[in-house]
Design a protein around this ligand. Sequence first.
Ligand code: ATP
Length: 313
Amino acid sequence: AVLYVQQLVDPIDRLLSWLDELQVGAASLARVLGVGSAESVDKGVRPPAGAGVMAARDVRFSYVDGRDVLHGVDLTLAPGERLAMVGPSGAGKSTLGRLLAGIHRPRTGSITVDGVVLADLPLDELRRQVALVTQEHHVFLGTLRENLTMVRPGATDDEVRAALAAVDALDWAVGLPDGLDTQVGGAGAAPTSGASALSPAQAQQLALARLVLADPHTLVLDEATSLIDPRAARHLERSLAGVLSGRTVIAIAHRLFSAHDADRVAVVEDGRISELGPHHELVEAGGAYASLWRSWHGSSQRQTDELAGVSGS
Ligand code: ATP
């Protein structure tokens, strides 16, 4: 997940969201990354065999007993559809995103893909269905190849190179001292001595290349809306396009970035979807989305002007 523009605009907000991300916990992290088997229980469930229709039915969820944060969400996503989720802070967007990514299981109700309950799938099959993309870049201490094949053991070097090429990262990757065998990373941004330091943009591309290799049908982008910001650096735009194409995308637009580009917008308020439809229909309807859009549009224009000032200096 990406990007500088917003990191410049909103560093403190971003830091807070990173801290929040840490609370997801190790077992969930394994599920986010699709590695390990902490929560993987093979229940003999048949994998989804259809086109990949994702459906939430009367989904309720609580972190703390007796305090639901989702109060009955219904949503059906067509294969290849792009949905933007917007709404006030704390409304439940990230929570719903994590449920749609199979990281949490609904307390009641269901989330299914082609009728198969998502949370019942073994981890490797879940990974083929859906991935959650956050601002965390997760460069692990190891070779560049290992950083990629961890989501698909046995991937060939050709497949690894194709994934890097899809996100426009092949040129710098093969230019590293030992190519795919170059040691990179370590947890977080600080590279361990002896390992090649990846720039933030390279770490972002690595994370995106990992997604290409994992090849899930559906992507949940949380705090990743800046990825589809038209003001994004061109190479990262191309990187993202390589990842999104042909997939169902649920983009949690905490700040309404590019919601109007989505096929449909879901407004989440107080743990429910209060409005759902294409951008122009919701704007015409004159409800919560229309006022959100109007106020955001004004402030985004000011941000655009400020950024133009920054880049021009
Ligand atoms: P934002 O736009 O600010 O990220 P959001 O719409 O994504 O907000 P969520 O992060 O899903 O909202 O939060 C919904 C509710 O669940 C909030 O009341 C929040 O405090 C609570 N919540 C979120 N994560 C946890 C957690 N790990 N443990 C307990 N409560 C949580």
